[in-house]
Design a protein around this ligand. Structure first.
Ligand SMILES: [Zn+2]
Length: 232
C-alpha cells in the first residue's frame, strides 16, 4: 500500500508538525491551517479523516461521530471512492464534508505537478459523480505542500487544508492514549485535527476518537465539518 507505516517511531513528529511549523504557515497562500475562532459560537474543532473511504474504519468512525452528534471532514482517495460509492454517499448524507486526497495518494514532492493536478481532477470528478458535491478542499498526501499546488487550488476557488494538530495516529508506537492526549493538549478553538480512516490506524484511531469526543462534550466544544471556501 502506498501509505504504509513509517519504519520507526519519531516522538518529535506530532509536536514538530503541529507546533514547529507555526512560523512557516503565513507564507502559503490559499491554505488553511486553523479556522478563525468565532466568539459567538462554542469553541469549535474541525476533525479531518484522511485516506478513506475504507470498509472497516470509515463505518466505525461514522457510527462514533453519530453517537456524539459530531461532524467532520473526510479527505477521500479517488480510487477508494470508486470502490465504495455507497460509503461516500453515507458520509455526505450524515452531514460531513468531503475533500480531495488525490486519486492514488501521490506524493507531490516526488511527482510532476501536472500528474498531481490530473489526480486531483479525477478525484473531484468521481466525488461529484457519486455525491453531487463539489470538493473544493484538498489535502496533499503526507502533507507534502508545493507552491504550485497552493496556487492551483486558489485558481480553482479551492483551498489546501493542512492542520494545526497532528497527533500522528499512523505512527508505529502510537496508542489511543497518546493520540487523545496530544490532541486534547494542543487543540484550540478553530483547530484542524488530522486523523485517518485507514485500516492500519483503525485500532488506535477509533478509541482515540471516542476519548477526544468525550473530552470535548464534557467541555461544551463543538465538532464541525469544514465550510466551503467563501470566495466563489
Ligand atoms: Zn493520506
Amino acid at each position: 500500500m502506498p501509505y504504509a507505516l513509517p519504519p520507526t517511531a519519531h516522538s518529535w513528529l506530532p509536536w514538530w508538525t503541529s507546533v514547529g511549523t507555526r512560523l512557516l504557515r503565513r507564507w502559503w497562500p490559499h491554505t488553511w491551517w486553523r479556522m478563525p475562532p468565532r466568539r459567538a459560537h462554542s469553541p469549535t474543532v474541525y476533525l479531518t479523516f484522511d485516506d478513506g473511504p475504507t470498509a472497516v474504519a470509515t463505518d466505525a468512525i461514522l457510527r462514533i461521530l453519530h453517537r456524539y452528534q459530531a461532524r467532520a471532514t473526510f479527505f477521500l482517495i479517488g480510487h477508494h471512492v470508486t470502490a465504495h460509492p455507497k460509503r461516500v454517499r453515507r458520509i455526505v448524507e450524515a452531514g460531513h464534508a468531503v475533500g480531495n486526497h488525490t486519486f492514488t495518494h501521490v506524493d507531490a514532492w516526488q511527482t510532476a505537478h501536472a500528474t498531481v493536478v490530473n489526480e486531483l481532477e479525477r478525484t473531484a470528478q468521481v466525488i461529484e459523480a457519486h455525491t453531487g458535491c463539489e470538493a473544493p478542499l484538498l489535502r496533499p498526501p503526507y502533507g507534502h505542500l508545493t507552491p504550485q499546488l497552493c496556487q492551483w487550488a486558489g485558481r480553482q476557488n479551492g483551498r489546501v487544508v493542512m492542520w494545526d494538530v497532528m497527533p500522528a495516529d499512523f505512527q508505529r508506537g502510537a496508542s489511543a492514549t497518546s493520540v487523545a492526549r496530544f490532541t486534547t493538549a494542543y487543540v484550540r478553538p478553530g483547530s484542524i485535527v488530522v486523523l485517518h480512516d485507514n485500516p492500519m490506524t483503525e485500532p488506535v484511531t477509533l478509541e482515540a476518537l471516542e476519548s477526544i469526543l468525550r473530552w470535548g462534550r464534557a467541555r461544551g466544544w463543538r465538532f464541525a465539518a469544514l465550510p466551503a471556501p467563501a470566495s466563489r
